[in-house]
Design a protein around this ligand. Structure first.
Ligand SMILES: O=C(O)CCC(=O)C(=O)O
Ligand SMILES: [Fe+2]
Length: 192
């Protein structure tokens, strides 16, 4: 079922892993991924983000985004396994993944669209969540209509079609949440 009233498709599959499996993935991802603070350039200033990230892709090629160049790392066993599972459920295929680690609810992601030139347009992005439950929101770029949902532990969200052209999304901060969350966004880069 599409959560968006128009101009894109967002499907929330809910929990695709049970509690124990999700916790197990959280632990494995937490220890196997070489997490690093992200660097972005905003208004010409270099900013180091509180959340930590890692960038995976089929080939170890550099990827330019938010004014900095990231070096992709090879898929770990967990990442390759999860990519395979998500491809099976969604019927989509992916060649890269941005992993995000939010240490607590004081960290989030502000309004943006995943519409960088390096990404294949309208390819679809699949987002897996492990750990703390967090709210997630979509806001239409022209009408400002807003849609909110809760991303639970072990859940899968898919954004596809023209979603990135017409909607922004955000992970709002929530100071009351003390637990960490790992998010994996599987993507398709053009020309990989
Ligand atoms: O943490 C999330 O659920 C979303 C992350 C996100 O939007 C992104 O990495 O582009
Ligand atoms: Fe995003």
């Amino acid at each position: 079922m599409n959560l968006l009233p128009k101009d894109g498709t967002v499907v929330y599959h809910g929990r695709i892993f049970d509690e124990v499996t999700s916790r197990n993935y959280y632990e494995r991802l937490s220890s196997s991924i070489p997490w690093r603070h992200d660097e972005v350039v905003m208004f010409g200033k270099r900013i180091v983000t509180a959340r930590e990230v890692a960038w995976f892709a089929d080939a170890g090629i550099p990827y330019r985004y938010s004014g900095t160049v990231k070096q992709a790392i090879a898929w770990t066993d967990e990442l390759a396994e999860l990519k395979y599972i998500v491809e099976g459920i969604t019927g989509l295929s992916f060649n890269s993944c941005l992993a995000n680690l939010y240490h607590h609810g004081g960290e989030g992601m502000s309004w943006h669209s995943d519409d960088e030139k390096a990404l294949l347009k309208r390819a679809g992005i699949a987002s897996l969540s492990f750990g703390a439950e967090r709210d997630f929101a979509f806001r239409h770029k022209l009408t400002a209509e807003t849609i909110s949902l809760r991303l639970v532990n072990g859940s899968l969200l898919v954004m596809k079609d023209e979603t990135q052209e017409f909607w922004k999304h955000a992970l709002p901060k929530a100071a009351r949440i003390k637990e960490p969350r790992i998010n994996l966004t599987f993507r398709t880069m053009a020309g990989l």
